[in-house]
Design a protein around this ligand. Structure first.
Ligand code: NAD
Ligand code: ZN
Length: 235
């Protein structure tokens, strides 16, 4: 296939699963029985900031130890070699697309970031954050992870909407289609007649809206798909 035009790719936890970062529905260990509402909402942070920091400190340590897998590298290769823009939008907060050399819009924030809830200042997060950390700009003890919580507006939405509006192909990789607004991107572009492809280890709640499906593990099927697009053997 040799069509050339902008490609928009949305990734979710499934693309990082084979880097050892569990997807959200199969989080194991210490936090297995923690309901997401207890740690990933502004209300949870107001109620128990130490608990929320502990959860994200654990995830920040895990992300720092993780390495990108073949899917992350293949998507970076596609961004480098495709003759038109390849816009990578990720719901993941682990930074693995960048670690593989890709450029991704991190719509749900980043574990590597700290954000002042008081003045909006952003800076690099220390490995361990605590409720006592002070904002380097305004001095408030209101330091939170730079993560978009349930009930908050995802980042980069205007830019994302613009890309969704003028792409040739929309691809969703390793995302369950359970969390909006990202879950609605595929239906939105499909309504405008843009081609859609879902790549996932299994069918999802939103599979029916996609024109084409590739079922398989991201580290295997994504490099093969990219190689086919670039018309060469998988590296
Ligand atoms: P998800 O866990 O809901 O879904 C992961 C998807 O990846 C599933 O459809 C699964 O079939 C697929 N998958 C698993 N392994 C795969 C592999 N090796 N190859 C290909 N596909 C594979 O993750 P999501 O869709 O990214 O969730 C959406 C967003 O919801 C998250 O990014 C996050 O922002 C938010 N969320 C956060 C938390 C949290 O902070 N703990 C919990 C739940 C949801
Ligand atoms: Zn501040």
């Amino acid at each position: 296939m040799k069509t050339c035009g902008k490609i928009v790719i949305l990734t979710g936890a499934g693309v990082s699963a084979e880097s050892g970062l569990g997807t959200f529905r199969d989080t194991d260990g210490l936090w297995a029985n923690t309901r997401i509402e207890e740690v990933a909402t502004p209300q949870a942070f107001a109620r128990d900031p130490a608990k929320v920091h502990a959860f994200y400190n654990m995830r920040r340590r895990a992300a720092a130890a993780a390495r990108p897998n073949a899917a992350h590298f293949a998507l970076a290769r596609l961004q480098e070699h495709w003759p038109a823009p390849v816009i990578l939008i990720t719901q993941n907060v682990d930074g693995l697309h960048a670690a593989a050399g890709g450029a991704a819009l991190q719509m749900h924030g980043a574990l590597s970031g700290a954000l002042c809830a008081e003045c909006g200042h952003r800076w690099s997060a220390p490995v361990e954050m605590t409720p006592r950390d002070l904002c380097p700009r305004c001095g408030a003890a209101a330091t939170r992870p730079d993560i978009v919580w349930f009930g908050e507006m995802p980042l980069h939405m205007a830019e994302i909407e613009a890309h969704l509006g003028d792409c040739m192909l929309f691809v969703a990789i390793g995302t369950s289609g359970a969390v909006y607004p990202a879950a609605g991107f595929g239906a939105g572009v499909a309504r405008r007649g843009i081609e859609t492809l879902e790549i996932n280890a299994a069918a999802t709640d939103v599979s029916a809206i996609f024109d084409r499906h590739i079922i398989g593990r991201a580290s295997q099927v994504v490099p093969a798909w990219v190689a086919q697009l670039l018309d060469r053997d998988p590296a």
